[in-house]
Design a protein around this ligand. Sequence first.
Ligand code: GLC
Ligand code: CA
Length: 553
Amino acid sequence: MREKKWWQEEVVYQIYPKSFCDGNGDGIGDLRGIISKLDYLKGLGITMLWICPCYQSPMDDNGYDISDYKQIAAEFGSMEDMDELIKKAKEYGIKIILDLVINHTSDEHRWFKKAVSEPESKYHDYYIFKDGAKEPNNWRSVFGGSVWEKIPDKDEYYFHAFGKKQPDLNWENRELREELYKMVNWWLDKGIAGFRIDAITFIKKDLTWSDREPDGADGLAKCTKASRNQKGIGTFLNELKENTFDRYDCVTVAEAPGVSYDELDEFIGDNGYFSMIFDFRYADLDIASGSEWFKRISWTIKDFNKKIMESQMALQKYGWGANFIENHDQPRAATKYLKENQNNPDAVKTLAAMYFFLRGTPFIYQGQELGMVNFDRKDIGEFNDISSIDQYYRSIDEGLSEKEALKVINLRSRDNSRTPFPWNNEKYGGFSKCEPWLAMTEEYPDINAEKQMSQKESIYSFYKDMISFRQNGAYRDCLIYGDIEHVESSENVIAYKRYTDDISIQCWFNFSSETVTEKIGREEIEVVWENMQEVEFKNGYLILKPFQTVLFR
Ligand code: GLC
Ligand code: CA
């Protein structure tokens, strides 16, 4: 990466609007709720917000099914609220990026309704329809079942890579693409800083639509091999960029699953389609794939270490990455990565620092800064997320018992991270005055923002210090722009080095509940950051206490 870019310096905080703060007491988070918490966000030290979709939507996939790109969902507020949020955030020095969902719309979008009711209109070709008496092929959608949904009373089907209320847009249609570009620019003109771009590698499909080898008990084959990152996608992505993002000084963060490390140059290189992308390889280290939660994979810290370093090296070779351990599609990081140590604050802090000081822009998901953990739901009826419900029944189809299926879903459910934010220890965690749309995670009387803000040793306070250390500390240049290199360590320790021409900082993280001694090969070290009171260094050996983090130069 040759030139420095402003977005390398950001610390991003992801908001799931439905669950962040309820401003009007109807049990659903909203934009006024977010406005009321700008003080909190500023206090934490973050510089940019990514707000998950808040556009008009029937909410079948909580807003990732948009029925009008230029309206705010009524439950979240109005366009005036959005304008006010953008303006107030700016006053706080906080930038805003929105979610851009342009692989599909809702089936309640006016284009889709017209496509069905007026098949002769131009809107019919905005989506993917096929004639026939049965499904045109055997592909399985990401949320289960065929990718094809029948039009009632007609021998016609439409394609959806995700839920059946999320018909895919036909990117082969130029007029459609141009409508999308206009919409993107309309939002950028409002003064937002850019976009997180949803499922963007899905926009190009294998146009032969041929059957694939079945890979599940349902006789279907996962669609991703034929509808994700297909040949020719670059033409669309370049055109998108040239007609929109390139015309602004904006940042783009792509959700781009299915991209191999060899292809990163095209995606994030100097002339890449995007500023940065999320790499899901280590986020999904415990499952066979993002849509196969029932295929659990056991892993060790060594595996985790290896995956992180491979990812960092690939990103560094071509560009810049978006580092994260949580988001609205993932379970809570403390539970996933720390397992039985999820409630150990030292472990939570070590996990936080390990990913935060990697090379890239760090993303923090709401509640992560409090060390929130997964819930334990007792019945499938308690889940809201469409994907969790699908995965539950698929797991049973694939041979798991109901009990085993529930266990797998509890571990992986996207609802884990979507529970209402615990602001204080009042009823409903101060999130709302009335019963929230989704039940709280049980631990909120202990894990809440108010309590942790008053405690010097809390996870919240640790995040605050850590952010300020990266942003304003003596080593900011090295920690932000410096290169990264793997450092050899013992099996339960992750270590790397961040360095510039002038300075080098080694970062050590002990992920075990035992003391570990590491040979450093140096006479002296100067500790610049740690998560405990003291650091032991003797005769060239660093003695790491259980879950200790040490950064030294
Ligand atoms: C992305 C989103 C996810 C959504 C899906 C379909 O993966 O992050 O929440 O369900 O796209 O839009
Ligand atoms: Ca509300």
